[in-house]
Design a binder for this molecule. Structure first.
Ligand code: ZN
Length: 150
């Protein structure tokens, strides 16, 4: 099986039919992310249940990588605790930046492993990590104004 083709089809599928692509009306947190280099813009909504992410959604526009990454991010962190989501972001960031600590075979990455090829295209790292930066800002309670500084 050609794994790179499989991963690419996951990204194309999430770009075409993004999951959790809606405003979350009963959200208690919200943050915006912008990547001016590519023109990607998105908003992430969170509904927390104590320390756990009860629901998460996003709306935005941008390239296929940014939209697919946001879609897969929502499906990955839903139900996770704040700490688990942060740990996933660290592993995902290692993967897309090509860090020596990256472990593409880590089974806990699931669909996130689809983005391992991004490390060969440094200009795409911001596209792939935009939704995660917005998620982290929302978890911290930062609003749009502070995330737009990035
Ligand atoms: Zn982009």
């Amino acid at each position: 099986m050609d794994l790179s083709a499989l991963y690419q089809s996951i990204i194309l599928d999430h770009n075409r039919r993004p999951r959790n692509f809606r405003e979350l009306v009963d959200a208690d947190r919200r943050s915006e992310g912008r990547n001016p280099m590519c023109g990607d813009e998105l908003t992430v909504w969170l509904k927390m249940d104590g320390d756990r992410i009860d629901d998460v959604s996003f709306v935005g526009s941008g390239c296929a990588i940014s939209k697919a990454s946001a879609s897969i991010m929502t499906t990955t962190v839903k139900g996770k605790t704040r700490e688990e989501a942060s740990a996933l972001f660290e592993r995902f960031h290692d993967l897309v930046t090509g860090s020596p600590a990256a472990r593409p075979d880590d089974p806990t990455l699931g669909s996130l492993a689809a983005f391992s090829g991004v490390s060969r295209f440094p200009v795409r790292v911001k596209c792939a990590s935009l939704a995660w930066h917005a998620l982290r800002a929302a978890l911290k309670g930062d609003d749009a104004a502070s995330t737009e500084r990035q």
